[in-house]
Design a protein around this ligand. Structure first.
Ligand SMILES: NC(=O)c1ccc[n+]([C@@H]2O[C@H](COP(=O)([O-])OP(=O)(O)OC[C@H]3O[C@@H](n4cnc5c(N)ncnc54)[C@H](O)[C@@H]3O)[C@@H](O)[C@H]2O)c1
Length: 303
């Protein structure tokens, strides 16, 4: 594991649960190339700030190491594209990106309902969270656009944007705003609104902020011709005749923060399964960069 900060605890817990051999944990005091050369791991988990994802991932691929990377792919789309290209150069190595909310019970159920459904009309979503000034002061890269790439969109709402595009279809056009209202001295947006047009004709809207006073549950409401799907913790599907079905979400047992959800461990286990089976992993850089293109377009429009 490279990068031993906040999120690494969830990766360590998942590795332990899997029974995989943890051969080393390193942080910024050690050059990652020395670590990779000396320890020769099969898999590297990259849990560093956004601008350090791709350089470390490319060095790992060049050494024959499978890569499991925290989101986003990179702090810029240009850098993300560098990893998309590198992953193609090493097709026998897996590169996975931790968009773990695709493994939520609610997301999986919604996907099952919506896949091949031709009556999906649209969705609305909210990410209304709370980040303190200390959150940025403790880890200054988070509030430094040159290192993080941005704020609430690329760091927090990326999961929900990814789910909307995965559930409703690729995003063909997006408009919106990103603004900094609450955190003087921080160089990234804390609040944003988006309107997305998806392939197939569905439309979605999203509001995201980290300036709320608490971490409210993420909400996603999807409207189809015959039902409304509401995710807020659990998923409730209300059919046109009034019947409802509820899918309960997995409970968080990984020791991570509640708003990270409970699915890191599922994604990590699935990644290792594919490595062992010699199968490709489905959330690689080319898949994960889709949400980043949406975010990049908002930043470009608001530059
Ligand atoms: N999937 C999720 O839900 C989720 C949740 C939280 C964080 N994250 C992601 O995890 C990553 C890390 O976030 P965090 O909150 O743990 O950050 P953090 O600042 O707490 O930890 C990052 C660690 O990386 C180390 N580091 C920096 N440069 C390094 C280098 N060149 N080599 C080795 N180590 C280096 C830092 O010293 C620090 O300990 C980010 O990409 C973030 O977006 C994902």
């Amino acid at each position: 594991m490279i990068g031993h900060g906040d999120v690494s605890v969830v990766h360590l817990a998942a590795i332990e649960k899997l029974g995989a051999d943890l051969v080393g944990v390193s942080d910024s005091a050690t050059d990652h190339r020395v670590v990779l050369d000396e320890l020769r791991p099969d898999v590297v988990h990259i849990c560093t700030p956004h601008d350090r994802h791709v350089p470390i991932a490319v060095d790992a691929l060049e050494r024959g190491v499978h890569v499991l990377l925290e989101k986003p792919v990179a702090h810029t789309v240009e850098e993300a594209e560098r990893l998309v290209a590198a992953a193609k150069d090493f097709p026998h190595l897996n590169v996975g990106v931790c968009l773990q909310n695709r493994y939520n019970a609610t997301s999986q159920k919604a996907r099952e309902i919506l896949k091949n459904h031709d009556g999906v009309r649209g969705a609305s979503a909210t990410v209304i969270w709370h980040r303190t000034r200390e959150y940025y002061e403790a880890k200054p890269w988070r509030g430094d656009k040159s290192r993080s790439g941005g704020g609430v969109l690329i760091n927090q709402a990326i999961h929900t944007i990814d789910l909307l595009q995965w559930l409703l279809g690729d995003v063909e056009a997006v408009s919106g705003h990103a603004a900094r209202y609450g955190y003087p001295g921080v160089d990234v947006e804390d609040t944003a609104d988006l309107l997305m047009h998806h392939a197939g004709g569905a439309r979605s809207v999203l509001f995201a902020t980290v300036a709320n006073v608490v971490d409210s549950p993420v909400t996603i409401e999807i409207v189809t011709d015959d039902a409304t799907l509401r995710i807020r913790g659990d998923l409730t599907v209300t059919h046109r005749d009034g019947r409802t079905d509820v899918t309960a979400e997995h409970r968080n047992t990984t020791g991570g923060r509640d708003y990270w959800g409970a699915s890191h461990e599922l994604l990590i286990a699935d990644f290792y399964r594919t490595v062992e089976a010699g199968e490709p992993f489905w959330i690689g850089p080319a898949e994960a960069v889709k949400a980043q293109y949406v975010i990049h377009e908002i930043y470009r429009r608001n530059a």
